[in-house]
Every structure is written in structure tokens, then in C-alpha cells.
Design a protein around this ligand. Structure first.
Ligand code: ATR
Length: 285
């Protein structure tokens, strides 16, 4: 890392288009204050047309930033424009975290680590099962499939309304990943120890479809990567049916930590006060 960190404040960004709804500045601002660091982290909106020029200024060291987070719609472009995307990004074709190191722009994707760290924290032992069901095959499900596979799950069933999208992901992530249409949901849930929702089902004003979670293994956990609302319609159903549930807020908090450590040099903690801060902000909007 650059020695100038000792003398001048380090600045990091979150960029997207739009980016004003991002809660990342709240998370990183909390950690900067908690750790007494002089850095800054702020939202920096960049349009699709201007993104390549922004990355060029970052690489040239003229942007005023040492790195940052990248969100929709720039994750694929960030991956392509980085000098050193890591293996996780390569497989996903998308990066959400950028940092300068030895004059090169490095990139990773921390969503999968956020997903597993959230379950490790809130439901230890979640990975003591061989089979997982993932509902949804959009952009957000990719990092989850990768993370669950890399944790050693032997059977990963991706169920999607458009089965072709699930099949693309099965082809991308290897032989342990299987694609299914919605009609197969009950069957593939049979004996699975983990159910993950990555869709917005039941949250666009439509009623959530009724899901019978009873085919899952006894003691199975149900989690959602959507965190607004904290208890999504599917999590509420799973809880009513007696299953352990884990909300998605911790994924947001934990995915932020690796970037913070790269830019500011200290490992931050995901604690209850941070969680409370974000929940309070969710209640305001
Ligand atoms: P994201 O990047 O957030 O995952 P996305 O790429 O639009 O967003 O994917 C949304 C996911 O939710 C998809 O799996 C989508 O299913 P399709 O691939 O068939 O579109 C799923 N989804 C959204 N609304 C749905 C609905 N009403 N019924 C079933 N699946 C739905």
C-alpha cells in the first residue's frame, strides 16, 4: 500500500448509477469513526458512458481515491477494466470491490464472502449439510452459488421461473450445480439443509406464493439475500413453518469488510450497533 496513507487521508467511493440509495457510506462511515481513522468514504455517481474514464483516472492516481465499491450497473465493466481481477471475479464476470496496489488496479467480488460470513455469524453449522436449494438465477444468485459450492456443498439446486437462466448458471458453476423449473421446487427441496431466496418474490406488491418448506431436512435453515424488509415474505413463511431463518442484512454488512481493510488497512467488525444503525436508516425511508 501507498505510504501516503500515513500522512494524507485515504478516500474511497461507492459508485453506481444511480448510487444515492446506497447504504455503504453509512457502513464505512461507522467503521472509520469507530476505528478513529482519518479517511473518507462517499457515494460518487458515474454514468455508464463515463465509467471507463473514471476507472482510467483511478488507475492514473488522479481521481483522489485509492479504491472503492462498485454496484449496479458497473460491476461487469469494473471486472473488465481492472488490471488484476481475482479468480472469484473471473468466474462471476463481475467485481464489486476495487483497490490500487503496486500501481495496478485490483478487483474482487465480496458478495459470496458476505453471504457465508452472515450465515457463519447467525447460524453456525449451516454448512453441515450436503444439499442447498437456491431460488432465482439473476445477477444476485451467482455469487451465492459460487460461495455455497466453494463451501463444499455437494448438490446445489438452482430453481428459476426461466429455467434457461438457471441452466446457464449450472453450466458456468460446474457439475455440482443443477437447474430446475419452478414446478420441481418441492421435489428438489426434499432433504435439503439450506434454502436461499435470491428473488424479489412477494415484494413488488404481489402476494408471495405459498411455499411448503416441509420437504426440507429437519433443522434446515432458510435465508434470503434481500434485506428490505428484514423479514421477507418467504422468511416469514419459513419461520411460521418452524424453520430457522437468517435475514440478508448481515450479507450487506459483511461484504463491505474486505474492501474497508484493503483501503484503510484495518479489519472492521460487524457488530450489533452497526446492524442497529442500518435498521434505523431502513425505518426512515
Ligand atoms: P438480481 O440481479 O437482483 O438477481 P434479476 O437479474 O432481475 O435481479 O433476477 C431476478 C430473479 O428473480 C430472477 O431469478 C427472476 O426470475 P426470471 O429469471 O424467470 O426472470 C426472479 N423473479 C422475479 N420476479 C419473479 C416472479 N414474479 N416469479 C418468479 N421469479 C421471479
Amino acid at each position: 500500500m501507498d505510504d501516503s496513507r500515513e500522512t494524507s487521508p485515504v478516500n474511497a467511493f461507492v459508485t453506481g448509477y444511480p448510487v444515492k440509495h446506497s447504504r455503504s457510506p453509512l457502513i464505512h462511515g461507522y467503521w472509520l469513526k469507530q476505528l478513529g481513522l482519518a479517511g473518507t468514504y462517499r457515494a460518487h455517481e458515474v454514468s455508464i458512458e463515463d465509467f471507463a474514464a473514471f476507472v482510467a483516472s483511478l488507475k492514473a492516481g488522479t481521481s483522489g481515491f485509492v479504491g472503492g465499491n462498485v454496484t449496479i450497473p458497473h460491476k461487469e465493466a469494473a471486472f473488465k477494466l481492472a488490471d488484476r481481477p481475482d479468480e472469484l471475479s473471473e468466474e462471476l464476470g463481475a467485481s464489486n470491490t476495487l483497490w490500487l496496489e503496486d500501481g495496478l488496479l485490483h478487483a474482487t467480488n465480496t458478495d459470496g464472502r458476505g453471504f457465508t460470513a452472515n450465515l457463519d455469524e447467525r447460524h453456525p453449522g449451516w454448512d453441515r449439510t450436503d444439499s442447498a436449494v437456491i431460488l432465482g438465477a439473476g445477477g444476485a444468485s451467482r455469487a451465492v452459488i459460487q460461495a455455497v459450492r466453494d463451501r463444499g456443498f455437494k448438490e446445489i439446486h438452482v430453481v428459476n421461473r426461466t429455467v434457461e437462466r438457471a441452466q446457464e448458471l449450472a453450466d458456468r458453476f460446474g457439475e455440482r450445480v443443477h437447474a430446475h423449473p419452478m414446478a420441481a421446487l418441492g421435489e428438489v427441496m426434499q432433504g435439503a439443509g439450506l434454502f436461499i431466496n435470491t428473488t424479489s418474490l412477494g415484494m413488488d406488491g404481489e402476494a408471495a406464493p405459498r411455499i411448503d418448506f416441509s420437504p426440507l431436512a429437519q433443522g434446515a435453515a432458510v435465508t434470503d439475500i434481500v434485506y428490505v424488509p428484514l423479514k421477507t415474505p418467504l422468511l416469514a413463511q419459513a419461520e411460521e413453518q418452524g424453520f430457522a431463518i437468517v435475514d440478508g442484512l448481515g450479507m450487506l454488512l459483511h461484504q463491505a469488510a474486505p474492501g474497508f481493510e484493503k483501503w484503510f488497512g484495518k479489519r472492521p467488525a460487524v457488530d450489533d450497533s452497526l446492524r442497529a444503525l442500518i435498521i434505523a436508516d431502513m425505518e426512515k425511508h
